[in-house]
Design a protein around this ligand. Structure first.
Ligand SMILES: [Zn+2]
Length: 467
């Protein structure tokens, strides 16, 4: 996040509710390391999703590659004729290689790419009709960290480029990449409702979320362009489009491209220290709650105070009526008993995953309070998802504040695309808490991020917050 250059100091004059907020920083928020700029794409911030249970026994590595390729080909044999009016022809070369052994590298159009094309990568080369992957580094590592499904996702994405080639689809690189993600989502959907051997559990989609944060994709040789693959946030949205609408829903990616957070984005932000960030953020939430809510703004639902405490244990004890024992790690939740938001161990998350990952926890707690103020009787999972959606709507305003879009003049902060990816990391790393710090059972990160994305792109109306 960044401080908005035009931010003015009169926020309190505009809304009393924002003024009422006090931020208490206790011992947990010591000085933060300067220069720590974690990125979701970096290895240290990338969560490991391996504990995610799957609905079936894991496939062995070689079996996974073989079985997923067979299934992806069967999928396109069924859908390519309907969707694009082209008969399906399988990819000619499916080539594992060792990046340290040039004799195993597949050339593309008679040339070898630079080392970056091969190390930790998978790619499709149209002139030679080859899908190739690093079979010594990338694939074994992905398999070890995330399980077998992630290999299917990468192969489905690369196969998506082969489909583009067969259907003569051409567009700017970033949309070609996102369409390939959309195709991989369409294929994944076919595994959710099947009684075949590769059936997916919805929890496998969390693996996809984690995987998208780290995939280093490369456009096909020779016009490989870095940074044109879409942020994890945009890529996940493309994947979900395919998941929801099938291959036909991916057709418009090139003629009528979707909004892209990555493309609107101006500038970066770096990571603001929490002591500086949190007071401004809470003031901004007061403004946004009023601004987005219009005349019926439930600003009264905003908690009075944010209290940052040293540990989860202290936070839970501070909230009267808390029924659950402490555990370690970053946490933030709304406490209806004293109308406060408690947060603990945010520093750790800040260092590991960035300022907006830590902010997201706190924002989610504020949004939980507001969702409850609108519909007290709502199921805990729906409260949590509604809060994710509301945080998405707020985030959009901070995001717009970095550009020329109209936003409340007194907003203090701005968001960059990297922040949106940090939100995804935060959701993956820290489970949602309901009021009183209660855990929310059976809520998948994928659902939460989808809800956040809905709020971001479609606004508060898409959040279904009342009755
Ligand atoms: Zn690609």
């Amino acid at each position: 996040m960044a401080v908005r250059t035009a931010a003015v100091a009169v926020a309190c004059a505009i809304t009393a509710s924002a003024c009422a907020t006090t931020v208490t920083l206790q011992s947990a928020t010591g000085p933060v390391e300067p220069g720590a700029t974690p990125t979701p794409a970096g290895s240290s911030a990338t969560p490991t999703a391996s504990p995610t249970p799957t609905a079936r026994p894991a496939l062995a590595y070689d079996e996974a590659i073989d079985d997923y390729i067979v299934d992806i080909e069967a999928f396109w044999a069924r859908h390519l004729p309907d969707v694009f009016g082209v008969d399906f022809i399988p990819v000619v070369h499916l080539t594992p290689f060792d990046p340290d052994d040039r004799s195993t590298w597949p050339p593309c159009d008679g040339e070898f790419g630079p080392m970056e094309l091969y190390r930790d990568n998978a790619f499709y080369c149209a002139p030679d009709d080859v899908i190739a992957w690093d079979a010594e580094g990338l694939f074994p590592r992905l398999y070890a960290e995330y399980g077998d499904f992630v290999l299917g996702l990468v192969l489905a994405h690369e196969y998506g480029h082969a489909i583009q080639s067969r259907a003569d689809l051409l567009g700017p690189d970033v949309y070609m990449e996102l369409q390939a993600d959309c195709f991989s989502g369409a294929w994944a959907a076919s595994l959710l409702d099947t009684d075949g051997p590769l059936v997916l559990a919805p929890s496998d989609l969390d693996v996809a979320v984690a995987g998208f944060l780290e995939f280093a994709d490369s456009a096909a040789l020779p016009q490989s362009t870095p940074d044109a693959h879409g942020s994890a946030f945009d890529r996940l949205r493309a994947f979900r489009t395919g998941l929801d609408t099938g291959a036909a829903g991916c057709v418009s990616y090139l003629d009528d491209p979707p909004d892209l957070s990555q493309i609107w984005a101006q500038g970066g932000g770096g990571d603001l220290p929490l002591a500086e960030l949190l007071p401004s953020m809470i003031d901004d939430v007061g403004l946004l709650a009023e601004d987005l809510g219009g005349a019926d703004a439930p600003v009264a639902g905003l908690p009075e105070s944010l209290v940052v405490v040293a540990s989860d244990e202290v936070a839970l004890q501070s909230c009267r009526g808390a029924g659950q024992g402490p555990d370690t790690g970053p946490v933030a939740f709304y406490c209806p008993a004293d109308d406060m938001v408690y947060a603990a161990e945010l520093d750790e998350l800040w260092s590991r995953a960035g300022d907006f990952a830590a902010s997201y926890l706190v924002l989610h707690a504020y949004a939980t309070a507001m969702v409850l103020s609108m519909d007290e009787g709502r199921d805990v999972a729906l409260v949590a998802l509604g809060a994710d959606c509301m945080v998405g709507a707020w985030s959009r305003r901070w995001f717009d504040a970095a550009s020329s879009a109209p936003v409340p003049a007194a907003l203090a902060l701005t968001l960059s695309p990297g922040d949106l990816d940090e939100a995804i990391v935060g959701v993956l790393l820290v489970p949602a808490r309901a009021a009183f710090g209660q855990r929310v059972p059976d809520l998948r990160a994928f659902e939460r991020i989808s809800s956040f994305s809905d709020g971001f792109f479609d606004g508060l109306d898409s959040c279904a917050l009342t009755g």
